[in-house]
Design a protein around this ligand. Structure first.
Ligand SMILES: Nc1ncnc2c1ncn2[C@@H]1O[C@H](COP(=O)(O)OP(=O)(O)OP(=O)(O)O)[C@@H](O)[C@H]1O
Ligand SMILES: [Mg+2]
Length: 417
């Protein structure tokens, strides 16, 4: 493949659908390769908008709006970062010769929890916990009664943790249905999936990279969640050789069945030597940020290399590393960050503030990564550093930001009597 210079006639143009923090890293990595980037999102001020050559604010479910942007920008590639996209338009774009990464069928399959589960469990024989998709409240109640608690209730369309509830008591079922059904409707769908809670020791994301020079695996990434968002991830997650072998085998089966070049984030539950399928997305993963510190080549660079049919090098773990997220504790229009000096005084700490324009409850606003000789120390460092960042979230405009070295409430030193 050859390409020219961004903003010139011979540029290679990539349209990114979804412009969050992962998209921002993708845009930066694409620009390192001299590629023209266009970032679309449903809201303005999205993190990737700040770094792309151009951006659009559109409802990506709306076929006309999406077709219009594709027609106007004439991208050579389309990348998706979110599930809220019109997959029919992607299929048409692909038929017209635009490369959808990794392919439009995979985007369609992975944004629906039931269809990707069917592929993994029924076609590929990968173990998974019991699950059922329903469209009515009666069927939902009946399924919960049959399946028993605890169970997870989620919108059938994948939605970055939105609309997900762990139900442990029968009194929680109605609220869980409402929450999942509402999130489902936001994605122009109506179905809700009920999954029996899998009793696991730990869960991993296995990043598999399908590239022109073969299939490559990263070391497993362990992660921990609290409802709606992951709060910590680390790499490597130690696991038995038997479980790792199964994880590689299942991930390879999934990647081969889906096809196309790129990073595939395969989420799995592990107990001893047993491995269960959780979900898969065909792009870098939020728990995979840690690879910016832990690996010789991070997940964003791997995705770019793979999609451009460039060879992927041997992937090496260079340092046990961990990542802890910074979450908003209330909604608000203005966010002021402080404590960065204290956070970065922690050994090997690195900070990412996503630059989101406003806060929602539990919205991920940034993260801290840290390396160490051991995973335990890396996790401790990352959590400690994240706890040093304090957020002031308001609806009223705050004062201007302080200059470096300037202190709060400092009296002018030359103030006369
Ligand atoms: N069936 C299950 N058994 C046990 N834990 C589960 C199950 N389903 C979900 N979880 C827990 O909830 C987390 C989020 O679930 P899931 O990955 O399906 O949601 P998501 O909307 O895709 O969120 P994300 O974008 O953060 O991955 C999982 O990583 C796991 O910790
Ligand atoms: Mg997940």
């Amino acid at each position: 493949m050859t390409w020219g210079t961004p903003l010139k006639q011979n540029a290679l143009r990539i349209l990114l659908l979804g412009s969050g923090e992962l998209g921002k890293e993708m845009v930066i990595e694409l620009q390192r390769h001299g590629i023209e980037t266009i970032a679309a999102d449903s809201s303005g001020g999205a993190p990737a908008h700040a770094v792309a050559h151009r951006h659009h604010i559109i409802d990506m479910f709306d076929p006309e709006a999406l077709q219009h942007v594709i027609g106007q920008e004439r991208p050579h590639f389309i990348l998706t970062e979110v599930e809220t996209v019109n997959v029919d338009v992607l299929a048409q774009a692909e038929a017209a010769g635009i490369r959808v990464v990794p392919n439009s069928r995979t985007v369609a399959l992975t944004l629906n929890r039931e269809s990707i589960r069917r592929l993994a469990v029924e076609e590929l024989g990968i173990p998974a916990g019991p699950a059922r998709t329903v469209s009515s409240y009666d069927a939902f109640q009946e399924t919960i009664t049959q399946m028993g608690l605890p169970c997870f209730v989620k919108p059938a369309s994948s939605a970055h943790g939105q609309g997900l509830t762990l139900v442990t008591h029968s009194g929680e079922t109605a609220a869980a249905w409402n929450c999942a059904a509402q999130a489902s409707r936001r994605n122009h769908a109506s179905q809700v999936i009920i999954e029996k809670a899998v009793d696991f020791d730990f869960e991993i994301t296995l990043l598999a990279v399908n590239a022109v020079n073969g299939l490559h695996f990263c070391e497993p990434i362990g992660h921990q969640h609290r409802p709606g968002s992951y709060c910590q991830s680390w790499q490597p997650q130690s696991m038995s050789a038997a479980a790792l072998g199964k994880a590689h085998d299942y991930a390879e089966k999934i990647v081969r069945a889906l096809g196309g070049h790129g990073v595939f984030s395969v989420e799995l539950f592990i107990k001893g030597d047993q491995v269960w399928f959780s979900e898969v997305s065909a792009r870098p993963h939020d728990t995979g940020y840690v690879t910016q510190l832990s690996q010789n080549i991070n997940q964003f660079a791997l995705h770019v290399r793979a999609m451009l049919d460039l060879p992927v090098p041997e992937i090496k773990l260079i340092r046990p590393s961990a990542c802890a997220v910074i979450l908003a504790e209330r909604p608000g229009q203005f966010i002021t960050y402080s404590g960065m000096d204290e956070a970065l005084a922690i050994p090997e700490a690195r900070l990412r503030i996503f630059g989101k324009p406003n806060a929602r409850l539990h919205r991920r606003l940034g993260l801290v990564m840290a390396g160490a000789d051991t995973i335990e120390t890396a996790c401790k460092r990352a959590c400690e550093a994240a706890s040093k960042i304090t957020l002031s979230i308001t609806d009223d405009p705050p004062g201007p930001c302080r200059e470096p070295g300037e202190r709060e409430n400092t009296q002018p030193s030359n103030a006369g009597p």
